[in-house]
Design a protein around this ligand. Structure first.
Ligand SMILES: [Zn+2]
Length: 409
């Protein structure tokens, strides 16, 4: 059988542009004659922009091939879409039923609408109980307020953008973001937004059966006009966290340990070393946090890697990256122990712009001491001992990548 012919219907009078369209669609048997990049170059555009640009100048009709849905003659803007109908006879693979681009788009839009209807039915917000501001402890309250401050707008306090799209870190560690979002969902403080992108849901046989915690956007269930009052109650509860030190200490420790863990990993990573895994690093972090504020431990962590490298060099050793990283952890542990034994006054370190303060850390410090970094530089005990009495704490969004220069090593 003869391959279908391509007829060009021109939309421009410009002979040069018409010639470019002819060159794009010219074939020799079943092969394209010219690389699209040549033609794109003459127009001064990128190769990926070419089909859309040429479609402004001409429409390519496939003579004798009609759409199986609407019976119109097929037209194409892209070679790749036309290719199945231009293959030599017999075709090397089954040719799909001919369908025009408009019908393909319509079919996709229809499929998307069906999927959206399913998501809306399954995750209908009214199925979930409204937010109970009195449920949950300090941890949930802090995490909810931090997520809300970062992810919602003044225009619509009921909607929160996805964790994936936040510009400022919510917590010090990615895994903590996910576990806290799960906790907030289980507490009923947030529910998945049925308007989230369809790929934020997990599909099984065309049914949305689960959602991706980092990809969905969220809704605060309950009447929108009640949200400001709920937020006020939660802020009061966070401010009162100072009165319940054991619970506060628990929350602080989780955040401080994650901050130190991330900074240790960062200090190793900038020198190409992996972060040690397992129980030991947790034990070292817990021990260190019993004695010093996080800022002071940042300095010790930052200094541990070059000290280990120097120690290796002086002995003429060539350790594996894993051994070197474990050595750095030991140097860090020893420097903390030595400082404790000898009662040294340790200088605080700084945050690095690539390891910026997270929103939960900032809000907790604000609630306890009225200062963004009091807990980081003074520790929880030091921050609680400050002569400061809370009024209405104000949650502010930290500036993107707000940080200090690298500390001297
Ligand atoms: Zn059609």
């Amino acid at each position: 059988m003869d391959l279908p012919k391509i007829d060009l219907e021109f939309l421009t009078e410009d002979e040069r542009l018409r010639e470019l369209c002819r060159r794009y669609w010219r074939r020799d048997g079943s092969r394209w004659v010219e690389a699209p990049s040549h033609i794109a170059q003459e127009l001064g555009i990128g190769g990926s922009e070419l089909p859309a640009r040429l479609a402004e100048y001409s429409t390519a009709h496939l003579r004798g091939v009609t759409c199986s849905s609407c019976s119109r003659e097929l037209t194409f803007s892209k070679r790749s879409n036309a290719r199945p109908y231009l293959l030599p006879d017999p075709p090397p693979r089954p040719t799909p039923p001919a369908e025009c681009e408009a019908c393909i788009d319509a079919r996709q839009a229809e499929a998307e609408k069906r999927a959206r209807d399913k998501v809306e039915a399954r995750y209908e917000v009214s199925k979930f109980d409204p937010t109970d501001p009195y449920g949950g402890g300090v941890r949930e309250v802090l995490f909810f307020l931090a997520l809300h401050a970062l992810g919602s707008t003044d225009d619509d306090p009921t909607r929160i953008q996805s964790i994936h799209s936040l510009k400022v870190p919510l917590t010090p560690a990615g895994r903590l973001n996910l576990s806290l979002a799960n906790v907030l969902f289980e507490q009923g403080l947030i529910v998945p937004d049925p308007a989230s992108p369809l790929d934020a849901f997990f599909w099984e046989s065309d049914e949305p059966t689960q959602f991706y915690v980092d990809k969905v956007s969220w809704v605060v269930p309950g009447p929108p006009n009640e949200i400001p009052a709920v937020l006020r109650i939660l802020r009061d509860r966070l401010r009162d966290a100072r009165l319940n030190v054991p619970e506060l200490e628990h929350v602080w420790h989780e955040i401080a340990a994650a901050e130190l863990h991330e900074f240790l990993a960062f200090s190793l990573d900038v020198r190409g070393l992996p972060c040690p895994e397992g129980e030991r690093i947790t034990q070292v972090i817990n021990m260190a946090l019993r004695h010093f504020p996080v800022a002071h431990l940042f300095r010790a962590a930052w200094g541990a890697v070059p000290k280990t490298e120097k120690w290796e060099e002086e002995r003429g050793l060539e350790l594996s990256p894993e051994s070197l990283a474990n050595g750095a952890l030991t140097f860090f542990e020893n420097s903390v122990n030595t400082a404790v034994e000898r009662g040294w006054h340790v200088q605080p370190g700084f945050r690095n712009p690539r390891c910026p303060q997270s929103m939960v850390s900032k809000m907790l410090s604000q609630a306890v001491a009225g200062d963004d970094e009091a807990i980081f530089t003074l520790g929880l005990e030091g921050a609680l001992a400050l002569d400061w009495s809370p009024s209405e704490p104000q949650a502010t969004v930290p500036e993107e990548l707000d940080g200090q220069p690298d500390p001297p090593s």
